[in-house]
Design a protein around this ligand. Sequence first.
Ligand code: F6R
Length: 613
Amino acid sequence: MCGIIGYIGNKQVIPVILNGLSNLEYRGYDSAGIAYLENSNINIYKAQGKLQNLKNKTENITANNSLNIGIGHIRWATHGVPNETNAHPHTSCFNKIALVHNGIIENYKELKDDLVKKGYNIQSQTDTEIIVHLIEEKLKEMPDKTTAIRNTLNDLDGAYALGIVFADEPETFFAARKSAPLIVGIGEGENFIASDVPATLEYTKKVIYLEDNEIAKLTKDNVEIFNKKNEKIEKKVELIPWEPVAIDKMGYKHFMLKEIHEQPNVVRQTLSDKLHSSEELVQLNEVKLNEEDLKKLERIQIIACGSSLHAAMVGKYIIEELVEIPVDVEASSEYIYKKNITGKNSLTIGISQSGETADTLTAIRQSKEKGSHALIITNRVDSTMAREADSLLPINAGIEVSVAATKSYTAQLLALYLLALNLAEIKKSVSNEKLTILKEELLKTPQQIEIMLSNKKAIQKCARKYYDTRDFIYIARGINFPAALEGALKLKEISYINATGYPAGELKHGPIAMLDNTIPVLSVLVPGTVYEKVLSNSEESKARDANIIAVTSSEDEKLESIFDYIIRIPQTDELISPIITTVPLQLLAYYIAEFLGKDVDQPRNLAKSVTVE
Ligand code: F6R
C-alpha cells in the first residue's frame, strides 16, 4: 500500500519516476506525486486519483539539470482523504525538504501536537507530514542529515519506507525503512530506491534489500548504508534473476480477464515441474524439513488474508483428509493479537501472493519465534516473506496485475494439493490407489479449466440476468465452502455488490431471513459427500422465493426443473473440484462488474499489496 521511488543520475528524472510509479500503481491509486530538484529548488507536482492524472500534469515538463534527482509516490490513503493536499511528497515549512512515505506512523497525533505547539504549520491530515517537520526541527540542532534522520526515526512508532530530498544537498538523497519493503537499485552512474523491484528493473538488476532500521544515503556513484547505531555497514548486492516483464493485456479488455485465461497454463507449468505422471512421486524438494521431522509433525497452521485465506481453507480440507494432521487456518490479522501456542513439531504455512502482506508477515515472524518451521507459499520469490522463509514454495503464476486475485489463487491451491500429496506419500497416510486417482484427477485440471473457459457464454448470460442485483448469496459445503467465499469476495470487490458466502447448512440459522425474490442464491454443487445436502439447502432458498443458480458438474436431470440458472462445469473429483469451481465464479464476477461499468482491474479503495496492518 503506497509505493515510493527515488532516483539520482543523469537521466531526465520525471520520466524515470513516472515509469517506476507505473510499475507500482498496483500498490494504490488514490493520488500520485513527484518532487525533483532544479537549481537547488524543490519542484512538486501532485494529482488526485490515478497516476495518469499526474502524467497529464507533467507531460511538458523537463528538469533543467545535468544531474537529476527526485522522489515519487503513489498513494493508498490511510490518514486523510485522497486529495492533493494529502498527496505525497510532503514538504517542510520553507520547501527545503520533501519526503515520500509508505507505512503508518502510529504516534503521529502526539508528535503533531508537539510540532503545532512549536509553531509548525501542518497542512495535511496525513500521518506522514509530521516526519518532514521533525527532520526540519532536528536539523536545527544537528546539521548532519543522516544524524537528523536517525533522530527523527527514533521518535517514530509504526512502519515506514521513506525517500527524502533536501534542497541544499542536490547531489544526495536518503532512504530509510522499518516494517515496509524498500530496495536500493544500483546502476551505472545512477542509483534508485523503490518499494518493489519492478519499479527499477528496467534500469538495473542489482539490488540491496534494506533491512529494518537501516538508512541509505545515495549519490549517483555511491550508496552508503547505516545501521541503527548510525554505523556504516556493508550490504550484499543481489542480482535479480528475472527480466522486466512487459505488462500487456494481450488483447483482453482487462488484466483480470487475461489472468483468468492464463490459469490452464499456470497449472500445466507447475504440474509439468512437480507431477510428471500419476504413477510417480510428487517432486517437492522445497520443504526443508527432513522425513523424521515431517513424521513428527503434530499440527499445521495456515495463515493468510483475503483470497489467500480461502486457499488456506481448501488446504485444511485436503491436508486433513490426506495426511490426517490437524490443521488450523487463521486470518493473519486475528492470529497476531492472541496467545500464540505454536511450538516445535508444528509447521506454519504462510500464503501470500505478494509476500508482503503486513499481517501475514508479522504472524509468520511470531510463529518462527515460537520455534515453528515457516513454509511460505508465494508468487514473489524476492519478497520479504520469501527471504525470511525456512522453506519457500513459489507458485510461479507470473505477475498478476489485476487487484482481484485469480491465477495466483488457483496456483496457491495447486501448491497446497501438491504439498498434501507429498506429505501423504511420506507419511503413507493414504493408499497408493487413492493417491494415483487423485494425481490423475489433478493432471486433468488444466484441460478442465480450458473447457470451462471455452464455455463463457453461459456465464455471460447469467451475469446479464443478475448484474443489477444489490445482494448475492453464495453457498456450498465441505471442500467447496471456500469456493463460495472466494466467489463472493470476487464479486464484492470488483462490482461492489453485497455478496456473502455461507456454509449451505448455516443458511437456516439466520441468513435465510433475508431471502426473497430480490436476492439470488448461488450453490456450488459437486457430486460427492455433501451433494444432496447442498441441493436441499438450495431448495430451501427457492421455497423462500429466491432465484437460485447452480454451478455444477452433476448431470442429474432434475436440476433443470429446480434451478433458475445452471452453470455447467466439467466432471471432477470432489476433492480436486475447488480448482475448477472457482473459475466460473471469477468469470461471473468479472462479467457482472463489466456490465456495471466498474473499474475491474483497479477497484476503488483496494490495493494489490497490503503493507499496513
Ligand atoms: C482478493 C485479493 C486480496 C488478497 C489479500 C492477501 O482478490 O486479492 O484479498 O488475497 O489482500 O494478499 P496476499 O496474498 O498478497 O497476501
